[in-house]
Design a protein around this ligand. Sequence first.
Ligand code: ADP
Length: 443
Amino acid sequence: MSQILLFWLMIGGFMLTMLAATAAHILQECSWHELEEYCHQKRKPDRFGRIFDLREQMHLGNVILQMIATAIATAAAVCWLLKRRSVAEVSINEMLSIFALVAFGLILCSSWIPWAIARIGSHQFLFHTWRWWWIVSAIAWPFLIGANVVAAVFVRASGKHDEEDDEEEAFEDEILSMVSEGEHDGLLEAETRDMIEGVMELDDNDVAAVMTPRSKIDALEVNTDWDEMVEFVVNSGRTRIPVHEDRIDNIKGILYAKDILRESMRSESKRRPLARLIRKPMVVPDSTLCDEMLNQFLCHHVHLAIVQDEYGGLAGLVTIEDVLEEIVGEIVDETDDDRADEIEILNKNEADVEGHVNIDVLNERLGLTLPEDQDYDTLSGLIMSELKEVPRSGRELQFGNVQFKIQRSNRRSIESVRVTVLDESEEAIGNQGKTNAPSRKSG
Ligand code: ADP
């Protein structure tokens, strides 16, 4: 082959390597959101869908093209630099120079230039050249079949089946790693990252994990008279109260505090009874996922739903605030402030304590000696620092002779804890002088 032909073969090979490497790199790293916007800007919105659907096929086609072009460029460059001599006629130094030159050319064309082009404008490049890459992938179809067959064999051998779930998980992982990267680079606040994580994990929890349980519901009997009802609503401080007939499982509707206000404008004789003031309740099974629950709240324009267990009994109630807390963390409203130090003593050895109660308040109220001089201030802080995570409901921890059982927790904090003093005879709640040195056991 003549030197001129070899020279042009080498140049062509390098050029093709560069273009295929650029396309392969961009098809993998491109910001699809930017490409979508660019397509809209150029009034070709359909083009985005076509490129996006074919991205994997085009990427593989370009990887194959890049390999073929690299092989041609390398062979042509070596032959051209040898200048019709055999390898034996070339000195070691010259051989090393040829190797260095070819390697430099390949690195330049398959890595540096593609990176630079991708940084200047990956979506513009893809928008204008995608047809070529589609043709490449169409030509490379036998290789694509090979790739699919090998992938199928590997997947089967590894025993992986649920492809859709895998894909979803991989997609979520990808977003979360981008978010971590953003936080690391200082582009995202830690709170924003937590919120994004919260949104993505909304479908991991069902409403049973975030609801207010049946035992804590402030509810009214449907035959309650006006004065008693008003007093109950004022004392509970609730905006919405479930109303039941006879048993609490038999929920008839929801009473809105604002409806009482409106009704109080009427003269006493014209006021409607409670049964006619209530609104239709939204009822959901306890297996409803939080993302689905949020959708239902938004679609039906209600903020509270009654949660039923599998036997149709009342499991609890859930409000939009409970679901949003999974995203933004604990929301403390004005009335929560009033209840800030909630400790409910159940018997001489047990109490239900809100996670945000300060350790010193807890020690004082229950006569405990839990450590007060640590990095945390609250009961929630103490438990989380022991367990090194936010525990799920039902988790237990023993601290000295005090046992904590998590009643309710959300993604970020512990909401309610059952505190039990184990040594009944000496250390009864409210009558306790000191606790033993802490020993920790968690389950
Ligand atoms: P409110 O406006 O009455 O404070 P939110 O919708 O802000 O109610 O919810 C705050 C918290 O109070 C949530 O955890 C929710 O589950 C709980 N909650 C709301 N209504 C009741 C009720 N009637 N009985 C018991 N808990 C309730």
